[in-house]
Design a protein around this ligand. Structure first.
Ligand code: FPP
Ligand code: MG
Ligand code: MG
Length: 352
């Protein structure tokens, strides 16, 4: 009989360790160049860090695959320089959490330039404070520092996995920008793009955690599957929240996708009921009144519900990947597996 635990908040379970990872991250992006320093630090300041969803998921994955409780030593900040490679497994996994968050924020800085965004995480977007040029360079700087930390792990497979993520992020963005008419109407194309822009980072970083934890191919593959399905569910919910969320809670405006000319899952499903939407999708909602009309058609369809169902299917597949992990007898690992499963439910219920 498996031990059962009362409800545990996945985020609370690793909060202390996440705080020390955040602190190390702040130190590892230090530079003596003042403008670069304030631009790079912008989204890592206490209070501006967002949900820290990825590092949380990654440390829970690390604990889920470990036969020991993480020692209290690992709750302190690792203050070795980023180019010094730590020998201890847990420290190496913490560095993956940092690197992942750096790549994520770098991609947001670039994304906000591309999307001409004004708000992010309830703050002014970096491009609207420092301008596009500094925002792009700050993103490049974060990628450079992430690369130094990655190289210092001296694991060529892990380096490859996280480098692939950067390629996938760029690919996703280009796929989105250069879609043909056929692509614009295709759910398949939308899912593929979503893998590249959101799920690849979660999949490959989860796999890196498993590899650094000394796990075999099969377990590493399950970690990858978990990250992929959580990532897809996460983005499908994001695309629903663009219709149903509140600007206050999201920290960024709603109906952003329609205004940017993007047809996401709710719209693509709604178009099956209201073929009139196809015309709007193909002209990227650019004519007067298109955004409002599309919104109305989406709300008068099962589009939102079907997009939620699609997210739920992937959340379920993510939970299955956790259940397929080899059995373990370590209570802490079992509790963290439960937390990984709870995260899949939290992704579906999230409002921000
Ligand atoms: C947010 O999507 C954007 C991404 C998840 C990825 C953006 C990737 C790039 C700009 C390529 C460059 C990558 C690197 C690594 C520098 P969104 O615009 O749909 O969502 P939002 O509402 O959060 O802006
Ligand atoms: Mg954007
Ligand atoms: Mg974008």
């Amino acid at each position: 009989v498996l031990p059962s635990f009362g409800p545990v908040d996945p985020f609370q379970l690793v909060k202390e360790e996440i705080d020390s990872v955040s602190e190390r991250l702040r130190r590892s992006i230090f530079t003596g160049i003042p403008t670069l320093r304030s631009a790079a630090q912008y989204f890592f300041k206490v209070g501006a860090e967002g949900k820290r969803f990825r590092p949380t998921m990654l440390l829970l994955m690390a604990s889920s695959l470990s036969s020991v409780m993480p020692s209290a030593d690992y709750l302190t900040v690792d203050d070795r320089p980023p180019n010094v490679h730590p020998a201890e497994e847990r420290r190496r996994q913490q560095r993956i959490a940092e690197i992942t968050e750096m790549i994520h924020v770098a991609s947001l800085l670039h994304d906000d330039v591309i999307d001409n965004a004004e708000m992010r995480r309830g703050l002014k977007a970096l491009n609207s404070v420092f301008g596009n040029k500094i925002a792009i360079l700050a993103g490049d700087f974060l990628l450079a520092r992430a690369s130094v930390s990655l190289a210092a792990l001296r694991d060529s497979e892990v380096i490859q996995l996280l480098s692939q993520v950067i390629e996938d992020l760029v690919t996703g963005e280009i796929l989105q920008m250069t879609s043909t008419e056929e692509d614009l109407l295709s759910l398949d194309h939308y899912v593929r793009k979503t893998f590249h822009k959101t799920a690849s980072l979660m999949a490959n970083s989860c796999k890196a955690i498993a590899i650094l934890g000394g796990q075999d191919r099969e377990v590493a593959q399950l970690a990858w599957e978990y990250g992929r399905h959580v990532g897809l569910a996460f983005q499908f919910v994001d695309d629903v929240l663009d219709f149903t969320g509140s600007t206050m809670q999201l920290g960024k405006p709603t109906l952003n996708d329609l205004r940017s000319g993007l047809a996401t899952a709710p719209v693509l499903y709604a178009a099956e009921e209201h073929p009139e939407l196809n015309t709007l999708i193909l002209r990227r909602f650019k004519s007067e009144g298109d955004v409002e009309r599309a919104q109305e058609l989406v709300f008068n369809s099962r589009g939102i519900q079907r997009a939620r169902d699609l997210a739920a299917q992937h959340a379920q597949l993510a939970a299955q990947a956790v259940q397929s992990l080899p059995t373990c007898s370590n209570d802490h690992a079992i509790m963290c597996r439960q937390a990984l499963t709870d995260i899949t439910a939290k992704v579906l219920a999230r409002k921000k």
